[in-house]
Write a protein that binds this ligand. Structure first.
Ligand code: SF4
Length: 385
């Protein structure tokens, strides 16, 4: 039995970034009632079979909560879910909401992995993304995190921003690696329907970066980070795998242990508004409304919006898609066995064609995308479905 993961969604932000489609609200007055409801949900929620070895507090902006609230969440999670003492406990923070004291207290509360949403070290880019923090805030936040005793720090960056050049993106990457983080997530800016940025795009308020330039930035990312000892293990995620950084907080790898559960069908429980859970073969998720979430829990009900059992077809589709997102690829034998298929025989022609184009590599038991193939993840996955 693989260890399960626990995710807690904190649905508050000081301000909505125009590109973001994660569920969060800016009415902070609901915080006390949300925190009471979350405690109730932690007691009521299913616990999955097995032990929990990751806790990920994400959002929204968890660092808008005061220190005591984070401390209580972690303490209650330990009590209700029996989280292992060696667990990876990640907290997402926004540089505009932290100070040294807060970060020191988070460390003391048991947070041992910090994910800092930097997005860019360039003021114009931060302005375009509508972030609440400056470049200086971002740099100071990383320095404070190190001073507070965090060894395991991950930084999030975004590329593909209008007018971004290869040179300015390399500057961003260089600024990030100069801080010696353990982990980098580099996300391609996407324009999600329903977001203000998507509306602006449709109204031609700005011109997006041409696709070939975005592809070039992606390839630059992979090459630059590889040269700096960051191994790409998922389409957007890179872990430092050099030997020079000590790992005294007990981690065997700098990869996100929690996020890997999502891509490998390991059970996870999600708490908080909009959070998703998976306990094979069931997937279920909570209401995307803080008020409804509070109302349901105060009347003794789990705030579940919907649940579904994955059909064999859905399961297989996800196994292929999630497998291809990871650089290690799909384990073909396992796929064949689980779904009673012969993947290689079924897709012999497609595989040969994609191999010839340098998009896929098929070795022994694994089918994986090449770094170039990752750019075409969606269209390649469709060919295998
Ligand atoms: S701070 Fe993060 S979660 Fe909040 S709106 Fe911005 S991107 Fe979304």
């Amino acid at each position: 039995m693989m260890n399960a993961g626990l995710y807690i969604h904190i649905p508050f932000c000081l301000k909505k970034c125009p590109y973001c489609d994660f569920f969060s609200i800016t009415d902070l007055s609901l915080q006390p009632r949300f925190l009471d409801a979350l405690t109730v949900e932690m007691h009521m929620a299913p616990k999955a079979d097995g032990v929990f070895d990751t806790l990920y507090i994400g959002g929204g902006t968890p660092s808008v909560l005061d220190i005591k609230a984070i401390d209580k969440i972690i303490e209650t999670a330990h009590r209700c879910f029996g989280i292992l003492s060696s667990a990876e406990i990640t907290l997402e923070v926004n540089p505009g909401t932290v100070n040294l004291e807060k970060l020191t207290e988070y460390r003391r509360s048991g947070v041992n992995r910090l994910n800092i949403g930097i997005q860019s070290f360039n003021s114009a880019n931060l302005g375009f993304l509508g972030r609440i923090h400056s470049v200086k805030d971002a740099e100071t936040a990383v320095k404070w995190a190190q001073k507070a005793g965090f060894e395991n720090i991950g930084l999030d960056l975004i590329y593909g921003i209008p007018a971004q050049t290869k040179a300015s993106w390399i500057k961003d990457l260089q600024s990030a690696v100069d801080f010696l983080p353990r982990h980098l997530s580099c996300y391609m800016l996407s324009f999600e329907p329903g977001t203000p940025m998507h509306n602006d795009l449709q109204n031609r308020v700005f011109m997006p970066l041409p696709e070939h330039q975005v592809c070039d930035l992606y390839e630059t990312t992979v090459a630059f980070l590889s040269a700096h000892h960051f191994v790409q293990y998922e389409i957007s995620n890179f872990a430092h795998e050099g030997v020079s950084r000590s790992n005294s907080q007990g981690f065997q790898s700098n990869r996100s242990r929690h996020n890997m559960k999502y891509w490998n069908f390991v059970p996870y429980i999600g708490l908080g508004p909009s959070a998703h859970s998976f306990i094979e073969p069931q997937r279920f998720w909570n209401h995307s409304s803080v008020k409804k979430y509070i109302r349901e829990l105060s009347s003794g009900k789990l705030p579940r919006a919907q649940a579904e059992s994955l059909t064999r077809e859905q399961f297989m589709m996800e196994a292929i898609y999630l497998g291809l997102r990871q650089t290690k690829g799909m384990v073909v034998d396992a796929l064949d066995k689980k779904f009673d298929v012969n993947f290689k025989a079924m897709h012999a022609e497609t595989i040969a064609d994609l191999e010839e184009k340098g998009l896929v590599k098929f070795s022994q038991n694994r089918c994986a995308l090449t770094p170039k193939g990752m750019l075409f993840l969606d269209s390649i996955a469709v060919q295998f479905l």
